[in-house]
Design a protein around this ligand. Sequence first.
Ligand SMILES: [Zn+2]
Length: 305
Amino acid sequence: MPKDVRSSKRRDELEELNMLVSAKEMLEKAVAGHYAVGQFNINNLEWTKAILTAAEETKSPVILGVSEGAGKYMTGFKTVQDMVAAMVEEMGITVPVATHLDHGSYDGCKKCIEAGFTSIMFDGSKYPIEENVAKTKELIEICKEKGMSLEAEVGAIGGEEDGVVGQGECADPNECKMIADLGVDMLAAGIGNIHGKYPENWAGLSFETLDAIQKLTGDMPLVLHGGTGIPDDMIKKAIDLGVAKINVNTECQLVFADATREYIEAGKDREGKGYDPRKLLKPGYEAIIAKVKEKMELFGSVGKA
Ligand SMILES: [Zn+2]
């Protein structure tokens, strides 16, 4: 059997078991139930295993985010998709799991569709609006056909990644309405949030913008990027105002690095077989589980699988 047929066959089987799914239904439920589903980005096997463990133990639906860079790092999107599918199966995961391309380019989206991902984000913010709309429409058609979900971004979300530091941008609510009406499944709009760590003089989220967007887009699940460092009360208020998906990436990286540093600085890698990668990476792995569980609790997704 050719490899891509095999991958999609496995995906179909898992979908039948309601294990590997698009993000559409889990987010519709989140909007109705006034909670948010976490998107946690993965970088390797340990990351994936940690996040799936946290989701299963808390009975939370979960979205595994994969950036184009992380996809390349793991040798390609097929590796990622097949690894997640196999892990869901071997770990006996029973909660809904989506594999989602984070900030995808047009070509990246095509590759993830081919690899069997269940969800994609098309970040067309670099294109003029007409071209962004045309490409978004084309991808929506493909996703509907394949039972995948699609996230679109309106405006640009700033942050360390593109060298912007300071107050994040706010999206135009009318532009949000226009993109929502194309038939996307979830919408990322800038409301002052940024990627990476927040600067000390950050002005906070613009609930005025979020409220205006929600009023125009109705039940459309809204996505909050840059979840690291937003105070808990702001997260809760954003969920009240229609945010149904929150992206967390940097925070898991920080706790992983801290736990690993602590292990090495304590000289534990030099005690017995402490150099064994399965031991060396364990504190970081456990720190990710704890952090993801903490976020799931905050987002209200615990017990919602
Ligand atoms: Zn983002």
